[in-house]
Design a protein around this ligand. Structure first.
Ligand SMILES: NC(=O)C1=CN([C@@H]2O[C@H](COP(=O)(O)OP(=O)(O)OC[C@H]3O[C@@H](n4cnc5c(N)ncnc54)[C@H](OP(=O)(O)O)[C@@H]3O)[C@@H](O)[C@H]2O)C=CC1
Ligand SMILES: O=C1O[C@H](COP(=O)(O)O)[C@@H](O)[C@H](O)[C@H]1O
Length: 478
């Protein structure tokens, strides 16, 4: 039924109007409308996540509509969906049915008529996933605010949410004019990762651990996202964002919030979100001094394993005049009774020598060490690994040999993987109507506030833009 132009002849889910029982189109059907369906996020993360979800869990009848500017046919979209599903070996009746019944509609979401027709194509409970460039998402939401959306519609917003504090605030006002806050899902796929989710159990189900996670016992915390991948053809988005916005303003601060918040009284959405918001409100750049407590750099040409990478400025689509950083580091303070005085270093970089994604908690030294004991120079550390998912403890122990000389030992436990990929977890919550692990609107605004002094200093060139060769350990590394 689909034609080339959005909704000229709107698609209907297979079986709709046929009176054939519980196929798509019957009561209980929901529609997942993916805007930006031909983009990178949809192909690499969102559709595989959906495939994993459909394989592992019961989601009910789901009508998948893809929409983008490209002139695709239903069959091209079906092929994209099935190729993405194949990357996670998605299988079973639900996955097959979604592939079979899915539809594609070409649309420009900045055109009100196109949007109206897209909405007309949806059936049942509607979820609109904005897999679009942030500025396009904001324009589409502006139009939807005038058009209105079906009752109970859920809106799924990708990161970055807005482009700065004021625009995030405006977007919050816009989306909450459309639907209530608990129907807005601001996605942070780190909140769908097994270890990140497991931080709740690790912190709050263990007296031994929870009782030492404070300024009395901890000297510093590092949250690190070192990637060995470079730009990977994403200049269109990344060159306007950079490492600070891409990773620190979003993922790092969400991880920090879960690691530092006080125990909520329940894991219900409201209690958990309140606890995260409280600690983000208490977080700010260390001494509010971006010159001393932030660092930025970009990669020059180099080799990572077998791969030769060009300098960032020579990557296709990069505008050197923007001076976009591919490495960012900031130190923040969490001004609560528990954490005051403990520096939290947040770091993210691309094209580094090795992948390293973890939070490392470094403990203070022992209060007293009896004379005669040797080999305890290194502090205890707890590592929370995001890739691979694990929790590790590095500490000092009497080992074999001299009993008065301690050895360094590590205990490690896998903390995943979960049964779903992170985007599968994200979609499970969205389609299940549970906003517990999404980013609440006020948190998105707080995150922009925390990085604002750094962005201003970088914009005014008050912090040097350093360089590091691709494949190295980052700026200033030996
Ligand atoms: N890719 C990733 O790894 C991740 C992406 N994200 C976020 O996801 C969002 C999408 O990113 P990504 O998929 O990488 O970006 P892409 O540019 O690959 O995809 C965006 C898609 O939206 C389409 N589009 C642009 N303008 C319109 C319009 N007016 N109407 C309809 N469609 C339009 C684009 O079409 P056209 O090509 O014609 O412009 C393109 O196909 C961004 O907010 C990004 O920050 C978040 C986490 C990871
Ligand atoms: O959101 C993003 O995350 C990825 C890193 O996520 P991971 O799941 O691979 O750890 C990052 O590469 C990308 O630039 C960013 O937009």
């Amino acid at each position: 039924m689909a034609r080339d132009r959005a909704g000229e002849n709107v698609p209907t889910p297979s079986g709709s109007g046929s009176g054939e029982g519980a196929g798509p189109g019957s009561a209980g059907t929901s529609t997942l409308l993916v805007l930006g369906a031909c983009g990178d996020l949809a192909a690499r993360l969102l559709l595989p996540g959906l495939g994993g979800l459909l394989t592992q869990r019961e989601v009910g009848d789901l009508f998948l509509v893809g929409s983008d500017t490209a002139e695709w046919s239903d069959d091209q979209w079906r092929q994209r969906v099935s190729e993405s599903f194949a990357t996670v070996s998605a299988n079973g009746k639900q996955a097959d049915e979604v592939v079979r019944s899915c539809r594609y509609l070409r649309a420009d979401v900045t055109d009100e008529d196109h949007l109206r027709r897209l909405l007309d194509a949806c059936t049942g409970q509607v979820t609109i996933y904005f897999a679009l460039p942030p500025a396009v998402t904001a324009r589409a939401c502006g139009l939807l605010a005038d058009l209105g959306v079906p009752e109970d519609t859920r809106l799924v917003m990708e990161k970055p949410f807005g482009t700065d504090g004021p625009s995030a605030h405006e977007l919050n006002e816009l989306v909450t004019r459309l639907v209530p806050e608990n129907q807005v899902y601001r996605v942070d796929h780190y909140l769908g990762m097994s270890t990140v989710l497991n931080m709740l159990g690790m912190r709050f189900a263990n007296r031994m651990l929870e009782s030492v996670l404070d300024a009395e016992n901890v000297s510093s915390v590092d949250i690190v996202f070192d990637e060995s991948l470079g730009l990977e053809g994403r200049a269109g988005y990344y060159d306007g964002a950079g490492a600070l916005v891409d990773m620190i303003q979003s993922h790092a601060l969400q991880v920090l919030a879960l690691l530092t918040m006080e125990a909520p009284s329940t894991l219900g959405a409201e209690d958990l979100q309140d606890a995260k918001s409280r600690v983000l409100r208490a977080t700010s750049l260390w001494d509010e001094d971006p010159v001393r407590y932030s660092r930025r750099a970009r990669y020059t040409a180099g080799t990572i394993g077998e791969r030769r990478l060009p300098a960032y400025v020579d990557e296709e689509g990069v505008d050197p005049a923007r001076r976009t950083e591919t490495f960012a580091e900031v130190v923040v303070a969490v001004n609560t009774w528990r954490w005051a005085g403990v520096p939290f270093r947040l770091r993210a970089g691309k094209a580094l020598s090795a992948l390293r994604k973890e939070a490392v908690i470094t403990f203070k030294g022992p209060r007293w060490v009896p004379e005669g004991l040797a080999g305890y120079e290194q502090p205890d550390r707890m590592r929370i690994g995001f890739d691979p998912d694990l929790v590790g403890l590095d500490f000092n122990l009497n080992g074999p040999g001299d009993p008065f000389t301690v050895d360094r030992v590590s205990l490690e436990s896998p903390s995943g993987p979960g049964d779903l990929p992170p985007y599968g977890e994200v979609l499970a919550e969205v389609l299940g109507g549970d906003p517990t692990m999404s980013v609440r609107g006020d948190q998105a605004e707080q995150a922009w506030r925390i990085v604002a002094p750094v962005r201003a200093a970088w914009r005014d060139d008050r912090v040097e833009l350093e360089e590091y060769p691709a494949g190295s350990d980052g700026p200033g590394a030996p």
